[in-house]
Ligand binder design. Structure first.
Ligand SMILES: *Cc1c(COP(=O)(O)O)cnc(C)c1O
Length: 425
């Protein structure tokens, strides 16, 4: 694709974008002067679909009108409400319905998954994780190790990029698994990496992990709604993700959880249980021992917050309409355009640390600005961009396929160029 560095070209791309109309289905935050912000932070908190309010209001109305009877009589009965989300969510992450459920929040799900899939035994007690994993994932892993009496110093293998490099090489992951696989109980990697935007080949890692007898799970917080995850085919034992980043379901909204079909009917698999995971036929009898529902639904603990699920429902309807493959196609072009523009600035202080290979990334470019401080980012923000700054010197930009335009990307790169030339020494 040959891009052009002009506003006119960006606007032409928008005019010819088959997914361009989806932008109108979202609330874009406005500046004081009434012009929209250039919002490039969908990897942190996705924007609100205009349909979300209606979806939540429906549940408020049914609660108002029916009280407890809403469990059965609401337009979308609350008792099976989570089931209304399953098929659409399964499509987004490339899984079978029996493998996917929306429940709890991300870190909670990660713990529940480790309860079941981190079972240290003998000399196999280590967990493999990235050195620069998202802090919550690290805390979760560390605390699971301690919970099982394993010293994190010994029990945690941290994958690091090579000296002078930002990205983890797949061959280095393979080497660790090859050499230490017999001692690894669980491989738990972030996919896509929140900092670098690197997307790992899950199938390859899983295959190798399984060959060595390890369990394999992924945190897909930055992958869901962004890249084509194909969780079922990946073969991973489990995956978790949140719904408020690329999935646009509102701050702190409920999370997704995947457990591979091969575990669906294993009633002996240890797990922490609650009544919502129990056989639906006998759930209200409250007397029998725990009888897990087949599939990942059995990991549900509580009856879920319907208002949060209503927001997820509204968002998933948009994903169904757009299709994850179409979204990925646009996102590759849009992200490629950002890459082209940033490269075109031609300033040797900037370096894109995200992989150049589109198969190894999603809708995020992490742009390192050498010897910059946060004031550069603050100036870009003052000029109307909402993005994310990570110390010491990285700007994370996420052009999302659903609501970002080519003009957004163009405006950001112009502002970055302006600020860089203002600070030229
Ligand atoms: C966003 C994110 C989280 C946040 O966890 P919550 O439990 O939703 O607060 C955890 N891990 C990763 C990798 C994330 O990107």
């Amino acid at each position: 694709m040959t891009f052009q560095n002009s506003l006119q070209y960006a606007r032409e791309m928008d005019a010819n974008d088959p997914l361009g109309h989806f932008r109108d289905q979202f609330h874009i935050p406005m500046q004081k002067d009434g012009t929209p912000f250039v919002y490039l932070c969908g990897n942190s908190l996705g924007l609100q679909p205009k349909s979300t309010k209606k979806s939540i209001n429906q549940e408020l109305l049914d609660w108002q009108n029916y009280g407890v009877e809403g469990h059965l009589q609401a337009k979308n009965p609350w008792l099976p409400y989570h089931e209304f989300l399953t098929n659409a969510m399964a499509e987004v992450v490339g899984a079978k319905p029996i493998e996917v459920v929306v429940m709890n929040t991300l870190t909670v799900n990660l713990h529940l998954m480790m309860v079941s899939f981190y079972r240290p035994e003998g000399k196999r007690k280590k967990i493999l994780i990235e050195y620069d994993a998202f802090p919550s994932d690290k805390y979760a892993v560390e605390s699971q190790l301690k919970f099982h009496g394993v010293d994190p110093e010994e029990g945690m293998i941290e994958l690091k990029a090579r000296e002078g490099e930002e990205l983890i090489r797949i061959e280095d992951i393979e080497k660790v698994i090859e050499e230490q696989g017999d001692e690894i109980a669980l491989i738990m990697l972030g996919n896509t990496n929140y900092y670098t935007g690197q997307f790992f080949d899950m199938k390859r890692i899983t295959k190798l992990g399984h060959a060595k007898g390890c369990k394999v799970g992924f945190d897909c917080a930055h992958g869901a709604g962004n890249v084509d995850l194909q969780l079922h085919d990946s073969g991973a034992d489990f995956a978790v993700w949140c719904s408020y980043k690329y999935m646009n379901s509102g701050p702190g909204s409920l999370a997704g959880c995947f457990v591979h079909e091969r575990h669906a009917h294993d009633k002996e698999l240890p797990r922490f249980a609650g009544w919502w995971g129990h056989n639906k036929e006998t759930r209200f009898k409250m007397r029998d021992g725990f009888d897990p529902i087949p599939g990942v639904e059995s990991w549900q603990l509580s009856n879920p917050p319907i208002l949060s699920m209503a927001a997820i429902k509204a968002s998933l309807e948009i994903f169904q309409e757009a299709g994850i493959k179409n979204l990925r196609k646009k996102a590759d072009i849009l992200t490629g355009y950002l890459e082209f523009l940033v490269d075109n600035i031609g300033d040797d202080r900037i370096k894109i640390i995200t992989p150049r290979d589109v198969k190894q990334r999603g809708s995020q470019l992490s742009i390192q600005v050498l010897s910059a401080d946060k004031s550069l980012f603050d100036k870009i923000s003052e000029a109307g961009v909402i993005a994310d700054w990570r110390e010491p010197d990285v700007i994370r930009i996420a052009p999302t396929a659903l609501y970002n335009s080519y003009e957004d990307v163009y405006r950001f790169s112009e502002l970055l160029k302006e600020q860089l030339s203002a600070t030229k020494s």
